[in-house]
Design a protein around this ligand. Structure first.
Ligand code: ADP
Length: 247
C-alpha cells in the first residue's frame, strides 16, 4: 500500500484545495463493483472505493436462529461488519472491537428502510461485510456492497442504498475521504435511497459550521446518485452474463 502520507502533507495540500491522491475536492475515488462473487451465497458483491475494498455476502432469507428471536411480523436483519486481520497496516486483532459492533448496527440501520422485511415473517437475513483493505470509508463501501448483495439475492427492496462520506476542512467541502483525510477532516458519512430521494444515514464526527450542512448534503447526494448508477450497471452486467450463459 506504500507509505502513508504525513498529516502535515495532507494538511498543507488541503489548505490549497488539493488532495494527496490528486483528485478534485468533489471527486470520489475510483469505484469498482461486482456482484455474484461467492457462488454458495444467495447474494454477494465486492466494492472498491480507492484502496478501500469490501466483500459483502448475504445468506437467506432463512429460518431464524435462535428461534426465540424470530419476529412474527417481519424478518430479522443480522449485519456483521468485520475488518480482516490483514486489512490494515498493523495486523488487526480478530476479536470484534466495539467499533465493529457499532458499525454493524450503523450499516443495518442504513439498509433496513430499503428492505421489505415484512415480506419475510419469522425469517432471518444475514449480511456479512468483510473489509479486505481499509483506507477510509469502509462503512460507506460496506453499505454500497450490502445493498448490491441484497438485490442480487432477490430480497424484495423498494430501492438500492448508496453511500458516501463527505468531509469538511478549513472552509472546504470534499468528497469520499481516504484514511489520511479522515484523520484530519470532519467526516459526515451518509446513505440514501436515490430513487425515493430519502436519506437513511447521516452521521458526523468532529466539528463543522452548521450553515454548511445543506451544501454538505447536496454534494453527498450528487455523489450518491453517481454511485447508484454504478450499482445499477453492476447488477445489469451480471444479469446479461447470466442470461447469455443460459442461452
Ligand atoms: P470508516 O472506515 O467508515 O471511515 P472510521 O472513520 O472509524 O470508519 O475509520 C476510518 C479509517 O481508519 C478506516 O477506514 C481505516 O482505514 C482506519 N481504521 C479504523 N480502525 C482501524 C484499526 N483498528 N486499525 C487500523 N486502521 C483502522
Amino acid at each position: 500500500m506504500g507509505m502513508r502520507p504525513s498529516r502535515e502533507e495532507v494538511e498543507e495540500l488541503l489548505r490549497k484545495g488539493k488532495r494527496i491522491d490528486g483528485r478534485g475536492l468533489l471527486d470520489p475515488r475510483p469505484i469498482s463493483m461486482e456482484v455474484g462473487v461467492v457462488e454458495r451465497a444467495e447474494g454477494s458483491a465486492i466494492v472498491s472505493m480507492g484502496k478501500t475494498r469490501v466483500l459483502c455476502v448475504v445468506r437467506g432469507p432463512m429460518e431464524c436462529v435462535p428461534s426465540h428471536l424470530a419476529d412474527p411480523e417481519r424478518a430479522i436483519l443480522d449485519v456483521a461488519y468485520r475488518m480482516a486481520t490483514f486489512s490494515t497496516e498493523e495486523r488487526k486483532s480478530p476479536s470484534p472491537s466495539r467499533r465493529e459492533i457499532e458499525l454493524s448496527k450503523v450499516i443495518r440501520e442504513a439498509l433496513e428502510p430499503a428492505i421489505f422485511l415484512e415480506e419475510y415473517p419469522r425469517m432471518m437475513i444475514r449480511v456479512y461485510c468483510l473489509v479486505l483493505q481499509a483506507d477510509g470509508g469502509t462503512r460507506t463501501a460496506s453499505i454500497n456492497a450490502a445493498s448490491l448483495a441484497l438485490a442480487y439475492a432477490g430480497i424484495q427492496m423498494q430501492d438500492l442504498v448508496a453511500s458516501v462520506a463527505v468531509g469538511y476542512y478549513d472552509g472546504k467541502i470534499l468528497v469520499d475521504l481516504n484514511a489520511a483525510e479522515d484523520d484530519l477532516c470532519a467526516d459526515i458519512p451518509m446513505a440514501m435511497m436515490p430513487a425515493h430521494n430519502k436519506i437513511t444515514l447521516l452521521q458526523a464526527d468532529h466539528i463543522f459550521p452548521v450553515d454548511r450542512i445543506d451544501e454538505i448534503i447536496k454534494v453527498g447526494v450528487m455523489t450518491m446518485r453517481r454511485i447508484y448508477e454504478l450499482q445499477r450497471d453492476a447488477l445489469k452486467k451480471k444479469y446479461v452474463e447470466v442470461a447469455k450463459s443460459v442461452g
